[in-house]
Design a protein around this ligand. Sequence first.
Ligand SMILES: O=P(O)(O)OC[C@H]1O[C@@H](O)[C@H](O)[C@@H](O)[C@@H]1O
Length: 247
Amino acid sequence: MTEIGLPADVRACLFDLDGVLTPTALVHAAAWKEMFDAFLRERDGDGFRPFDPVGDYDAYVDGRPRADGVRTFLASRDIELPEGEEDDPPEAATVHGLGNRKNLLVLEKIRTEGVRPYPGSVRYVEAVRAAGLRTAVVSSSANCRDVLVSAGIEHLMDVRVDGLTILERGLRGKPKPDTFLEAAKDLGVTADQSAVFEDALVGMDAGREGKFGYVVGVDRVGQAEELRRHGADTVVTDLADLLGRRA
Ligand SMILES: O=P(O)(O)OC[C@H]1O[C@@H](O)[C@H](O)[C@@H](O)[C@@H]1O
């Protein structure tokens, strides 16, 4: 049997979606930038300080549920907006209005560009399933199912905990470990029998706080050191790098 690079007592793999299974972290980052830059320009004029799709995205938005991303970035610029309602129109200057504005942009990009999974991630997920481990996708995105379907990989996940589950079950989003713990529970395993696969720093924090058996940092943007500092047990640039390796 192929070695899968995990401790022998790991029974389940909990995969983040955007940036781990699919390259959609870049699509999200671009949509966030387009939305925040338009908002900041309207507010501050042409001299506005743009949203940095690497630094600001990693620190304030990546991996968090949508509304938390809006709140955390605005707080970093000392901007306060009313919460508004979840179904606020995209032009509303509220937390949910801005979130909905960004969602229209992300959906349009996904529709026009399509989604292909990372080939190395597909090979790895197939290998862990062949080895008898169970699999879950654990994403803050409310668009998780649509992205899995577009990428043709929905059938590779036994359980899905996503942005909609967070709202339905009242879970706290990453950096809290609730979504990963919920997926482990749904799979019938404990946290220490589960491995977490994440590209976001808040996902590392969730892995550490939830005391998961193993945390794999997936480095797509050259932040291996940061991922380690936030608790990664190992860092890879492609999930297939784990194949043939012992933990
Ligand atoms: O807006 P959505 O699709 O519900 O996604 C929420 C967040 O989901 C995370 O997976 C992404 O890393 C973030 O960039 C995104 O903002």
